[in-house]
Ligand binder design. Structure first.
Ligand code: ADP
Length: 297
């Protein structure tokens, strides 16, 4: 089975602003693919290109193994999307909102029941959308995107602006979607939003890819560091570098990347021998958030 999305060395500029610079992505079938980056990183621009709303200046995009540029209309029929908040009629019921879309699509009646069931809104389908919570509205928006029975669902910042309950509802829904055979591509500027639902992640910054891999591969970066606090950080840094350690200095704290050879006791001994007072020595775990910030700084 071909990858639902492949982005191959894509570039896009707006005037002199290079929004996307040589980006390549592979979204595997039946994955929940989290597309992460801080605001302005180029996520929306990439999504617009994947949805055929904008053309890359250079590079190619293929969907389901077919070139988007040449087969745009046929390929876009296989995609559902929710970009920004859904456009809903508040004075209609959830079911009536879906009915409006179903007619536009010319889809059979049963897709409405199926979509309502998928997003867990069957019991409130007859209620006016005006009375829906923010999470229910967003789930209805996702139901709308599912009406055409897409193989790929593209969601741009789907939890933006939702309350904590809504975030939880959308997260649970997204996590379960691959069970019905849909691949999900979702963007976010918050690692915490995506980390719990994504099977695969890409991190971009300033239009460039900084990481792409499975969630497990990302978590493997979550490494233990040895941290020391000393009275002469500059000298300590020189001593440790001299021993071949990879170190970063943060004020009086020195972070030493593990290499499996130098143990905490050895590091301590070397520092003390050089006449440096060590006031604190500990192993600390670098959080994924630290890693994300480091990549996108
Ligand atoms: P993100 O979705 O990650 O926040 P965007 O793709 O919206 O990032 O933006 C990437 C860069 O391109 C930013 O510097 C932004 O200011 C710029 N940009 C986006 N859209 C336009 C546009 N229509 N015209 C000019 N610059 C744009």
């Amino acid at each position: 089975m071909s990858d639902p999305i492949r982005v191959d060395d894509v570039w896009k500029s707006y005037g002199s602003t290079a929004a996307v610079r040589g980006l390549s992505l592979s979204v595997p079938p039946h994955s929940v693919y989290g597309f992460l980056g801080p605001n302005g990183a180029g996520k929306s621009t990439t999504i617009r290109m994947v949805l055929g709303l904008q053309r890359p200046n250079r590079g190619a995009i293929s969907l389901f193994g077919r070139p988007l540029a040449a087969e745009r209309v046929a390929l876009l029929r296989r995609i559902g999307s929710l970009v920004e908040s859904p456009s809903l009629y508040l004075h209609l019921t959830g079911r009536e909102n879906l009915e409006v879309h179903r007619r536009l699509l010319g889809a059979p009646r049963r897709v409405i029941d199926e979509a309502l069931a998928t997003v867990d809104l069957t019991s409130v389908g007859g209620r006016l959308v005006r009375h829906y919570s923010s999470g229910m509205k967003q789930r209805l928006g996702i139901a709308q995107a599912l009406l055409g029975k897409p193989e790929l669902l593209v969601l741009d910042e789907p939890t933006n602006g939702l309350d904590p309950a809504g975030i939880h509802e959308v997260r649970t829904l997204v996590r379960d979607l691959p069970k019905s055979g849909v691949t999900v591509f979702l963007s976010s500027h918050l690692l915490a939003e995506v980390e719990q639902v994504a099977t695969h992640l890409a991190i971009i910054s300033q239009g460039q890819l900084k990481f792409e891999g499975t969630r497990e591969e990302l978590q493997a970066r979550n490494r233990q560091m040895i941290v020391v606090e000393v009275d002469q950080p500059e000298r300590a840094q020189a001593v440790l570098t001299g021993m071949g350690c990879t170190v970063t200095r943060e004020g009086r704290r020195i972070l030493i990347a593990p290499d499996g050879v130098r143990e905490a006791a050895q590091i301590n001994a070397a520092l003390v021998q050089a006449g440096i007072a060590v006031s604190h020595l500990a192993a600390e775990r670098n959080t994924l958030e630290d890693f994300f910030l480091e990549l996108t700084r």
